[in-house]
Design a protein around this ligand. Structure first.
Ligand code: HPA
Ligand code: ZN
Length: 356
């Protein structure tokens, strides 16, 4: 057996070889907290929905569309991501997209998922917000009933649009308040700081909605600070640029503020040159509540287990202790009940019992 001492991050832990670690990464229970459901739309489904709805696409084939997935930064991705979402018109389209994700999530042993969706991408094309939310919500209900996955929806505001547009979107979502668990903030980060959305986040929090925001993916550490101080978010999405500010790292660690890190996304969008450069080991060593997620799996080359494997393969200093910690963090950081969290954490400990 190929024993790797780096797998033993904790004194007294049993060493396991890297293949056994990969197998554990795949089979252990985990939560996914940073997945844009429109980013799970695979090229094959884009073409199927385009045909079903009579929508013309700018690419002649699935292969040609996939070949266009060569991004240089966040904006170059967003341009093609919004174009892909243009095939979504009916409640069945939103259901089919989310159901395809849940089937893949179940195969990766995801037991809880909190899905981002971008209503403005659809309402601005004339699709009613109820069509979007009802289709997604029905898929969430079926995921619980048929796959045993608990799921919630997080409504994201597009930060390249105005705060007034975000407020209009929140108001349009009010009849569906019970079908969403929180609000988020995504799209083009640079030049659109969190404080631009102070009022709409205050309104959402007053409605009892959870609050999260993308910050520190391409934007500076100051955006993470204003997401915390102005928007009063409960999680930071990405957040990897916090490493540029030791004081911020200390604050995030002391408060156990979760970061939903998306390793393959960071490579595809050139936040890091290679996976070996990723700062996840630094974040974990500093005691941060970091988690691993897929972001936009259809565009970035893999779902959650692929993110775990690619990260651990490139960073041999990550071993069994870090694997357990990342999955435990995913439950700690979720918006599920304390009782549900305790149940999943017990399952996790059982899965790791032989290895830790
Ligand atoms: N960052 C910002 N907005 C997004 C992303 C992302 O990674 N994915 C989908 N919308
Ligand atoms: Zn994201």
């Amino acid at each position: 057996m190929n024993i790797d001492a780096s797998a033993t991050a904790q004194p007294g832990a049993h060493p396991i070889d890297r293949e056994a670690l990969r197998s554990l990464l795949r089979s252990a229970p985990k939560a996914e907290l940073h997945i844009h459901i429109e980013g799970s739309l695979e090229p094959e489904l884009i073409f199927k929905l385009a045909q079903r709805n009579g929508v013309a696409l700018a690419y002649p084939s699935v292969e040609a569309l996939r070949a266009a997935y060569a991004f240089t930064d966040l904006q170059s991705f967003l341009d093609i991501y919004y174009a892909g979402a243009s095939v979504l018109l009916t409640e069945a389209d939103f259901f089919d997209m989310a159901w395809a994700y849940f089937e893949r999530a179940a195969a990766d042993h995801v037991v809880h998922a909190e899905l981002f969706f971008d209503p403005q991408t659809h309402t601005d094309r004339g699709v009613a917000i109820g069509v979007v939310i009802n289709g997604l919500h029905r898929a969430c209900q079926q995921a619980q009933a048929q796959l045993g996955i608990s799921a919630g929806l997080i409504l994201c505001f597009l930060r390249h649009l105005s705060e007034d547009a975000a407020i209009t979107t929140l108001q349009a979502a009010l009849p569906y308040r019970d079908q969403i668990i929180g609000v988020g903030l995504d799209s083009s980060e640079r030049g659109h700081p969190p404080e631009k959305f102070a009022r709409v986040f205050a309104q959402a929090r007053a409605l009892g909605l959870h609050a999260v925001a993308h910050a520190g993916e391409e934007g500076p550490p100051a955006y993470i600070e204003s997401a915390l101080d102005v928007l009063q978010v409960e999680r930071i999405d990405h957040g990897v640029r916090c490493v540029e500010s030791p004081a911020l790292v200390a604050r995030l660690a002391a408060s156990r503020m979760p970061l939903t890190v998306c390793p393959l996304s960071n490579i595809k969008l050139c936040v890091y040159k290679t996976m070996a450069d990723h700062q996840l080991p630094t974040l974990l060593a500093a005691g941060l509540c970091a988690t691993i997620n897929s972001d936009d799996p259809a565009y970035f080359g893999g779902y959650i287990n692929h993110n775990f494997i690619a990260t651990f393969d490139a960073l041999p200093q990550l071993g069994v202790q870090e694997a357990w910690q990342l999955m435990r963090n995913s439950f700690e950081a979720s918006f599920a009940s304390d009782q549900a969290k305790a149940g999943w954490m017990a399952q996790l400990d059982e899965a790791f019992a032989a290895a830790r």
